[in-house]
Design a protein around this ligand. Structure first.
Ligand code: FAD
Length: 419
């Protein structure tokens, strides 16, 4: 089968495996090349394990407040080992599900590391894939089309490389064996905010350092301000408009000390560990792009609105093309690219109604463009905000706070802090 393929997908994460399933549904012969575990970041190091632990944090915090609800819960405490076991078994169940879906759709999964090859005498256009198998053997696949879905990796701060012990990435914290007494989280985006919320519930002293004026800067300003206020109320130290002076890092017996710079102000912050959550770098290195005409800009593969790279038979989807690095965006792009290859899709992909959620406590959800973007584009006709505190529903959910919405001609944008 490997010689008669219509499409090879390099990377079996959310974007890659969903693309492959769509291709199989459309009658295409598809193979997925995956160097690690099918399911990618979302299933093994992202959405799923982090949400499993967030649920533990939520149960813990609710149980601590049980008395207020007329429930007697004594001796409430975290058992990290059991929480990690639960997280692992959720991941394993879903992993089995994805593996089953591949089999059911007759998709060949090749365990190995794929590199795109340039034009050759055997394959006059770029797009063949050379796979280094786990045993070191090499395999060359020559499909009609190729989809690059190699995802992204945690970005380190310059001068502060991850060491897996004190300077941690989001991959590292998912493997922790003990809850740190204190943590400095660099980055107040979705990943930093989720972990800050979780660690605070676990009893860790949390400091968040964010370079922008508020947390969750991609959301409406009001939402970011509200999150900052609520985090501070929970006892999380939030330093906005602030950066880490990595040259001031000192390793001490209790962990690390570093200066945080806020304008003219300089504050020495100490923590047992540092979680760096300053974004993710698309995996564009060492995948053979140099042999092709594929462009990389600001670290991400450049595609057109049909997800085509500069090589007509090579597409790219998901985190590797930058933009909104979300699982449902990756899978939507995978479906779009595969339908384009199959010839049943010729519309450009649209991003103006993407839903986003930060699963912290409180949760934040939004869809569409932000107030700021709508105003800047001159297309906002109305802005409304409603405190959820004023609804009876708030008594059945924890601390609901604010609902704000802007409506404009094309796409309504709604932001919600469900506190
Ligand atoms: P990936 O899932 O990264 O998959 C890429 C795959 O390609 C990997 O399996 C990798 O092993 C493989 N690969 C790479 N190079 C090669 C190669 N050369 N050959 C073969 N295989 C290769 N998104 C949400 O929507 N909701 C969330 O709640 C959410 N939470 C997150 C929490 C965390 C902590 C993190 C880190 C991310 C979270 N995300 C969330 C983002 C989401 O995980 C990503 O957007 C999504 O996984 C991107 O899918 P992808 O297919 O592009 O890449």
């Amino acid at each position: 089968m490997t010689n008669e393929l219509d499409v090879v997908v390099v990377g079996g994460g959310t974007g890659g495996y969903v693309a492959a399933i769509r291709g199989a549904q459309l009658g295409l012969r598809v193979a997925v090349v995956e160097s690690s575990d099918l399911g990618g970041t979302c299933l093994h190091r992202g959405c799923i394990p982090s949400k499993a632990l967030l649920r533990t944090a939520e149960v813990l915090s609710t149980a601590r407040e049980a008395d207020a609800y007329g429930v007697e819960a004594r001796d409430v405490r975290l058992n990290l080992k059991r929480a990690m076991k639960r997280k692992g078994s959720i991941v394993e169940t879903l992993h089995r599900g994805v593996t089953h879906l591949m089999k059911k759709h007759n998709i060949e999964v090749i365990r190995g590391y794929g590199r795109i090859m340039g034009p050759s005498i055997f394959s006059p256009s770029a797009g063949a894939v050379r796979v280094t198998l786990e045993n070191g053997d090499e395999l060359t696949l020559t499909p009609r089309s190729t989809i690059i879905a190699t995802g992204s990796s945690p970005r380190a701060l310059p001068g502060l490389p991850f060491d897996g012990e004190t300077i941690l990435s989001s991959d590292d914290v998912l493997k922790m064996e003990k809850v740190p007494s204190s943590i400095l989280i660099v980055g107040g985006g979705a990943i930093g905010v989720e972990w800050a919320s979780m660690f605070q519930d676990f009893g860790t002293r949390v400091t968040v350092v964010e370079a922008m004026p508020s947390l969750l800067f991609q959301e409406d300003e009001e939402i970011g301000r509200e999150m900052t206020r609520l985090f501070k109320k929970r006892g999380i130290a939030v330093l906005t408009d602030a950066t880490l002076d990595v040259s001031s890092v000192a390793r001490v017996a209790s962990g690390i000390e570093v200066d945080v710079v806020q304008g003219e102000r300089r504050e020495r912050v100490s923590a047992e560990v540092v979680l760096v959550a300053v974004g993710r770098s698309p995996n564009v290195e060492n995948i053979g792009l140099e042999a092709t005409r594929i462009q990389v800009e600001r670290g991400a593969i450049v595609v057109d609105s049909h997800l085509r790279t500069a090589e007509p038979n090579i597409y790219a989807i998901g985190d590797v093309i930058g933009g909104l690095q979300l699982a449902h965006v990756a899978s939507h792009e995978g479906i779009h690219a595969m339908e384009t290859i199959a010839g049943i899709q010729n519309s450009p992909i649209q991003y103006d109604q993407v839903a986003r959620c930060t699963y912290s406590r409180p949760e934040v959800a939004s869809v569409g463009i932000s107030e700021k973007v709508a105003r800047a584009a001159g297309i906002m006709s109305k802005w409304a905000s409603f405190p959820l505190k004023q609804t009876g529903r708030r008594f059945f959910l924890e601390n609901r706070t604010v609902l704000s919405a802007s409506s404009q001609m094309l796409t309504p944008a709604i932001c919600l802090v469900c506190t």
